[in-house]
Structure formats: C-alpha cells, structure tokens
Write a protein that binds this ligand. Structure first.
Ligand code: BGC
Length: 380
C-alpha cells in the first residue's frame, strides 16, 4: 500500500511539474553543482552540493550528515534569504552542533534509559542525553559522511544520499542500508524521501533536523505563527521521555489546531512547558486517509514566508530552540540566542521501541522502510 502511495506521489509531482511552467522571463534552468567543503579529521573529503530551481530558490547540502547548510527562499517581495541555522565551514559542524540541518538516525528523538529489547535480546545504546539515548547516539547519521549522487528529475533538482550503517553500529542490530533523497521542485517544495532495508530485525525512525527562522535570523522565532494538525500531544517526564499518555491539546498551551503565535504560551505556568522548558514535545497528527497528511504550517508575518508540511509519518516533534543560549556563533558571525531557530521533525513517537502501545518502529529483513515528508514554501 505504502509503495503504491509513493508511486502515486511521484506521478503527481511529475504531472504538477509539467503543468507549472514558471512565467516567461523569470525562468532559469534548475541546476545542481558541487564544490569541496573541507575534510574530516580522518581525511575524508566533504562535498557541498548547491541545488537551485527555476525560481532561484536554492539549497546547499553537504555530504557530512546530509546537512542542509543553507536554504534560500523568497519573502513576499521576492527577496531571497537564508532561513536555516548552521555554520560557514566544516570546522563549525565538527566542533559542536545541536544537529543543525542534519539527517537524524537511526532513531530520531529519545529512547528511555538508552536501551530496548527486541525478541528478548536487550540492546544497549549510548546514553548521550542524561540517562537517555538521543538522535542515534554518539556518531549518529548526522555525523557520518554520506555518498551523494545527483538524480535527474523532471520538475526540479534532486540529490540522493546513501549510507550503509554496519550491524551493531551505535548498538543497533542489523546492517541498515539507507538512502535519503532531497528534491527541490520548481514549485518550491522540498521533498525528503527516506528508504532503508536491514538484514536483521531492527528499529528505525529517521527525520530531518533543520532549524528554521523565517526572519533570516534577524529576530527569534517567537512571533512566527504555527499550526499543528494534531488533537493530541505526548506528555513527557522530566527527562523528556513520553509517559505513554496521549493527552488532548484542547485547553492547553499545546493547542495549535488553529494558527497561533509561538510566543503566546511558550512560558505558560504548566508542568509540561516547564519540562521543555518551552515546547519540546511530540504531537500526534490527526488521522487522515491521504497518504500525505497535512502536519503543520509555519508563517512569519513580517517576511510573509510560509511553510506547509505534509508527511506520511504519524507525528511531529516541535522543538522551539530552548537549548540555544547564545554560546553558538553561526553563519556570517550571527550569534544564535535563545530560541533563534525551531525544528519541526516528522517522525514516529519518541521511545517507541519501549512502548508497545505506540505505532511500531520495527523493520524486518525483506521489508523496506519508506517514508516521505514535503515542505512547501510560499508567501502570503
Ligand atoms: C530535541 C531536543 C534536543 C534537540 C537537540 C530536538 O530534536 O527535541 O530536545 O535538545 O533536538 O538539538
């Protein structure tokens, strides 16, 4: 069923692409170019790819972590600005990064007490976030050098990133053969298509960790307006592990079912907000019969920039940059203060390997993990 849906999606993109020729005079060719981006300590070369669509919207991606180092999108006047946090060079990413722009795997988000059991075998993972395991461990998918291959697509540009994670890497069973395709369409959509196969039963939950700021980092993210298509969120304990409850958002600061300014209740007197501190929770998306479910929209009123997210995943983590504290100086010397960027990470629920009531994240040999998320950029 999933395969059919993905094929349908590909067909839809193709058809839309053919019918959406940009206005005469403005069109340029969609291109993908590459340049060296430095070296890893072991001498591996990191390459940066610049993907540009016919509207001049562009995205820079490095092979290290599959990190999106720049995303240039227009404001309502057509001015292109970079709306993602990151560094100018590889040294920045190697020294310290809160997962800026990276592919996260094998498991996006937390696994309680850094362990899980599959078929009566207990697997121990790195406890790299208090007592818990976060974002795949010490050397997760955000810290490996992916193999990149530009792909020919009709309606834009695409880059395939591949990585084979060895059996027991970071404590996870099974050789995981992974591919993530970033497509930048001529309709200003960024499509992320994930695929993975394994040779042993394992768990997998991949996501993308871009930090967005539609003021182009001139301000924090508190005046952005957010809508999340979710009737429930997952309350957490003090270490940010879900308690197992699906709590209705209604009447709480977690209600984003109607578009709401992020700053409105981010510091509310609420136990869950205190744990964040602020928003750092997973929302359970409303069920839908569409294969690509509307998950969230993010709007910034001064620039007019709007992003709408559609996904095949059942949930989305909204992290409001609560751990950014001004100690990181990013691109062009900009200091990333408290809540300078936010992440909207489509995914399965945190700690699913330990919570049997949550949708399964188990991948068996012979199956293909396949999931698509689309971020549509426009202005209003
Ligand atoms: C998590 C935060 C974490 C951040 C790391 C987010 O996905 O929800 O709790 O601090 O990643 O940068």
């Amino acid at each position: 069923m999933k395969i059919q849906n993905t094929l349908l999606l590909a067909l839809l993109i193709l058809v839309l692409g053919i019918s959406c020729t940009p206005p005469k005079g403005e069109a340029q060719e969609a291109t993908i170019t590459s340049a060296p981006f430095g070296k890893l300590p072991d001498g591996q070369e990191v390459t940066s790819y610049t993907m540009t669509n016919v509207n001049g919207v562009s995205m820079d991606v490095i092979t290290y972590g599959g990190i999106v180092t720049s995303l240039m999108i227009p404001d309502r006047e057509g001015k292109l600005e970079d709306v993602v946090l990151g560094y100018d060079n590889i040294e920045g990413y190697l020294e310290q990064t809160p997962y800026f722009g990276a592919i996260i795997g094998r498991y996006g988000n937390r696994i309680a007490d850094a362990k899980f059991t599959l078929d009566s075998v207990e697997y121990s993972l790195a406890a790299n976030n208090g007592p818990n395991h976060l974002h795949g461990g010490e050397v997760g998918f955000d810290k490996v050098n992916w193999t990149a291959k530009p792909l020919e697509v009709d309606n834009g540009v695409a880059l395939e990133l591949s990585y084979v994670s060895a059996d027991m890497e970071e404590g996870y069973p099974g050789t995981l053969t992974t591919s993530v395709i970033y497509t930048l369409t001529n309709d200003n959509d960024w499509i992320v298509s994930y695929e993975a196969t394994t040779d042993k039963k394992t768990v997998v939950n991949l996501t993308q960790h871009a930090y967005f700021n539609f003021t182009a980092m001139k301000d924090d993210i508190l005046s952005h307006e957010l809508k999340i298509n979710a009737p429930y969120f997952l309350p957490v304990d003090s270490t940010l592990i879900p308690t197992g409850e699906l709590r209705p958002v209604e009447g709480t600061p977690f209600d984003f079912t109607e578009s709401k300014v992020i700053g409105a209740e981010i510091d509310a007197d609420n136990q869950q907000i205190k744990y964040g501190p602020g928003y750092d929770h997973c929302w359970v998306l409303a069920e839908s019969t569409d294969s690509l479910n509307f998950a969230a929209s993010l709007y910034e009123p001064t620039s007019g920039r709007l992003m709408e997210i559609y996904t095949e995943e059942p949930a989305i983590q909204f992290y409001a940059g609560n751990f950014l504290d001004g100690t990181i100086t990013g691109k062009e010397g900009k200091v990333y203060n408290y809540r300078t960027g936010l992440c909207l990470e489509t995914q399965h629920y945190p700690d699913s390997p330990n919570q049997s009531d949550f949708p399964s994240v188990v991948l068996n040999p012979g199956e293909t993990y396949r999931t698509v998320t689309v971020m549509k950029f426009s202005t209003k």
